[in-house]
Design a protein around this ligand. Structure first.
Ligand code: ZN
Length: 283
């Protein structure tokens, strides 16, 4: 009997101790790096997506790849784009080009298409009557942005020019290839479900509304096509991309001496595209 009373008396003490360890003094205080003090308790920080904040960060940043995947309610469940319905049949992506592009901008877009076509079986064809296609739009203030994979019907890939007030300068081959790879169905490399084995994320240097850019893919829906982690993928953010303090990293590679983020298609990018589109390698 004495033992039972002792145990019953101990339970509230243990519970109080656990509750105490989760309380904090002032609302707004930081608890752990990924927690905020909310109503007196340390709670995991909830980041709500805000298009306005994203636009402001984009304007203040030279990081053109930050938040460039058009966000849809189910994006995290289909990241990696496993379903075949999000791929372009036979690896052929029909496109239309905004008449507002200048001839030098068009040259860059075509150069980007050729860079992908040269090493893969993917090809880009001017749209005739195809029901699904990508419209490359010279957008005013939407930065550089693309849907991930084929959406059905007309989907817009935004490229803005530096001459547009508030616009990003998307006219670099690396950016156009990057956005086009999103349209083909690729996600950011650092979002891979296994990325923690290769990089650490410095959450303290990432503004709350931008943290979703660094969430990991869902293992059940994402696929890596059996390709090793690629620090230099054109789909990998740079090391300080999205940083509150641009001098500090947001992504820290676990392999010493590696600089993350690529500006051209890497060898592994090419393997990945060929695997997604089941290209037969040249004999
Ligand atoms: Zn991107």
């Amino acid at each position: 009997m004495a033992k039972i009373i002792f145990s019953v008396a101990l339970i509230p003490i243990v519970l109080v101790y656990i509750a105490d360890s989760r309380t904090c003094k002032n609302v707004g205080d930081k608890c752990k790096s990924n927690e905020d003090c909310t109503t007196g308790n340390c709670q995991e920080r909830r980041c709500e997506y805000s298009p306005d904040t994203r636009t402001n960060v984009l304007k203040a940043s030279q990081h053109l790849r930050l938040g460039d995947m058009k966000r849809q309610p189910d994006v995290n469940t289909r990241s990696g784009i496993l379903p075949e319905s999000y791929r372009w049949p036979y690896g052929t992506m029909p496109y239309e080009l905004d008449p507002a592009f200048s001839s030098s901008e068009l040259d860059l877009i075509f150069k980007s298409f050729r860079a992908i076509e040269k090493r893969t079986c993917v090809d880009f064809v001017e749209r005739r009557k195809e029901k699904d296609w990508v419209y490359y739009e010279r957008s005013k203030d939407k930065g550089c942005a693309s849907d991930v994979g084929k959406q059905g019907g007309r989907q817009i890939l935004n490229l803005s020019g530096a001459d547009v007030e508030g616009g990003s300068d998307c006219f670099h081959e690396s950016i156009i290839v990057h956005e086009t790879l999103h349209a083909l169905g690729f996600h950011h490399e650092q979002n891979r479900h296994d990325r923690d084995e290769y990089v650490s994320i410095n959450w303290d240097n990432i503004a709350c509304p931008e943290q979703f850019n660094f969430y990991k893919d869902n293992l059940t829906s994402a696929t890596t096509f059996g390709v090793p982690y690629d620090y230099v993928s054109i789909m990998h953010y740079e090391g300080n991309e999205g940083g509150i303090d641009p001098k500090l990293p947001t992504i820290i590679p676990k392999l010493a001496g590696i600089k993350v983020g690529g500006n051209r298609l890497s060898e592994l990018d090419i393997v990945r595209i060929n695997r997604m589109y089941k290209c037969i390698p040249p004999q």
